[in-house]
Design a protein around this ligand. Sequence first.
Ligand code: ADP
Ligand code: MG
Ligand code: MG
Length: 890
Amino acid sequence: MSDTKWVYSFGDGSAEGSANMKNLLGGKGANLAEMCRLGLPVPPGLTITTEVCSAFYDNDRNYPDGLDSQLNDALEAISKAVGSDFGNPENPLLVSVRSGARASMPGMMDTVLNLGMNDETVTGLAKRAGDERFAWDSYRRFIQMYSDVVLGVSHDNFEEILDDYKMQQGHYVDTDLTAEDWQHIVTVYKQRVNEVYGDDFPQDVMEQLWGAVGAVFGSWRNARAETYRRLNNIPESWGTAVNVQAMVFGNLGPTSATGVAFTRNPSTGENALYGEFLVNAQGEDVVAGIRTPQNLTKIAREEALSDMPSMEEVMPEVFGQLVDVNLKLENHYRDMQDIEFTVQDGKLWMLQTRAGKRTTAAALKIAVDMVAEGLITKDEAVLRIDPMSLDQLLHPMLDPDAQFDIIATGLPASPGAASGAVVFSADEAEKAKADGRKVILVRMETSPEDIHGMHAAEGILTSRGGMTSHAAVVARGMGRPCVSGAGSVRIDYDKQDFQVAGVTVKAGETITLDGSTGRVMAGEVPTRQPELSGDFAKLIAWADEIRRMRVRTNAETPADAATAVKFGAEGIGLCRTEHMFFDANRIMAVREMILAENPDDRANPLERILPMQRDDFTELFTIMSGMPVTIRLLDPPLHEFLPQHEEDVLQVAEAIGMTQDKLKRRIRELEEVNPMLGHRGCRMGLTYPEIYEMQARAIFEAAINVAKTTGSTVVPEVMIPLVADHSELKELADRIEKIAQDVMQEKSAELDYLIGTMIELPRAALRAGDIAKTAKFFSFGTNDLTQTTFGISRDDAASFMEPYLSRGLFEYDPFVSLDQDGVGELVQLAAERGRSARKDLKLGICGEHGGDPASIAFCEKTGLDYVSCSPYRVPIARLAAAQSYLKIRK
Ligand code: ADP
Ligand code: MG
Ligand code: MG
């Protein structure tokens, strides 16, 4: 153990570490070492490795053997390089102590500057710098920072003392204070430390150093850091490194400064130096907001209409060096850098570099520009964009310049912004839409009966329900902005208004929702439409050249299908026909069909529904112009279509000529204890064969019609839901094939079609070999497959999913990201068994997981042919599919 290297030195154009040692040296330390190797001006320093942090915790908070002497040696090297000595009263070395984990991590200890100052070294520093004021100012800064960070004596103590003193002396700003003033402040600061901390401020510089090092390691386990790690899946075992670095001073007068810079604009991506600096200041001043920082470039200053000169203007020479260094760093790292620097007496010093955080728009522009500049390849550009971050660009957004009043906040259930007049029922929403009016549907909660209204509305606001409530799930699927669970909104359906925070909003009044943030605003707030253009379109086109898997969409309405095609969908992977049944114009016929007690009574309403379904499919096939379309036959339990409220029962009874009593009895007959596992899917198809036959006929007739009128080949894929056994599929497939024959004969036309099934029950996955004898394709219905594999009802999971996640029982919600170990094993097994029974079996996925990047990578690994997701996820899936291909197959 004792010959383990715990400390790595850097400085003077060389370093023991390098950029690829982030795990051992942390991000900051590894990049400081790399900058030294590049020959950039970096104050010399040392990095104590992350392994020391781990050893420290493994060993009851004791340091490993050998650290002490290695630290002393490295400190000696720094002293030599700088030409001063740690603790030497004549010529003192001062250092900063900086934490640095692998990934930058808020919650870690703040940096301590000017360490090494005490009652003696302060005079040495004053003499060396020829500046008493600077020395005492540095000392008081050090006492303040060290006490706050290491001794637990909070900043307020010192601010209070300073404010009182300034008031007493009639000083307004810190720059009014003289050397004597600061010297006096130091005395009072030290007294306060003694009172609060219970001991003197440490004068021994080694004690100061070990104190700061211990504070960094201690902060690895503080509450803020632990929370951050948990939320970001950073293992505790990683540990943090500590950097000790010779100080350079930005506070030595008008030729000194400190600043931060981005090599490109982090909000637009524009290839122009961007950043701020402060003359005569130390690091923390830039962020502390005590003084307003100045722009780096003249152009930026002019754009900001600032009368404070830019760095380019006041220090043209150093500015030139900074520009060169930036260029060098960008070319070396081949990515936009976020850097920190200090200028001491006209000399530039680099203190940090890392890949800069950026907006999605900037990330796209930078990636595309860097390919054009020859800095990175297209593959690299594609890998650089986080697919989920594209979501920001795929929905209408509030105009960033808009002013607005927030009247309520709820959960950000479905992203995007929308405005419209308030309506309180789905029917009104639909009526308004037909009249060309834009509305926001406001409900306490929504149910399947509201789907047509949700579709007609621009956005949905509910006062109850969480992120997985009906409103939230359906809205996300449709790409409608939704704010759910806005508890302060009090809806009164009778009065047709809602009250919130003392305001009453009546039906017809306009409100705006921002489903990305959960805000509800009064009036109409201007929004911006999303589009797939420019850099976004270019990068996605590169992704398309790379990926193997196809990307389809889950869509049933013409509008959704058209949106998906606009976003690049290559077919429909799931068309849920039940959504077509809820349409206000046909729900009565659907109800009559369901309520019929025998096939004869069912015949008439089915005949009325047939042409409507045929029109639906005709429209879909036309929009999809020859691309594959998978249509799932009716899936949900029938009673979902029946009236639930007394007044609806009355209305339905009248409309279909049935007594209310009989209707109620029939509704009760259809009710089930556990409808999810009840009389639904193919079970219903088998007991009411007329329904599936009608649907099959509508599909085939539409396909032949569209082929005739548009000339494009339509190959519909008919999908039978909830199959558990081959026999179920076989009987239904036979019936559907018979219908296909009939239709072809009637129309004297040929038609290609496929019959296949959803794999959404564990038994179906296990028996996939059998099922593939009949099925020409499988679509993994991973929503239901997750429900049935876990035995967890998705609609009831809300009450325990959150505690499961926060306590770490589940690493993630398996309804959001596929459980690759369990559900995934079933998928893999079904894919294998299915393919060995039928070599050209088409495989796809159509659950919510089809739009989740981690699940998409799993699909690539499993060799599926396509993923299918909601229209607004299509670009995300295209990018994620390309990234998976690059990571898994290249
Ligand atoms: P953070 O991780 O919060 O950015 P840093 O360790 O980078 O903390 O320190 C913050 C600032 O302190 C730096 O940007 C720099 O301005 C200043 N600083 C750190 N070390 C030194 C040093 N050796 N000399 C001068 N300034 C320093
Ligand atoms: Mg920093
Ligand atoms: Mg299902």
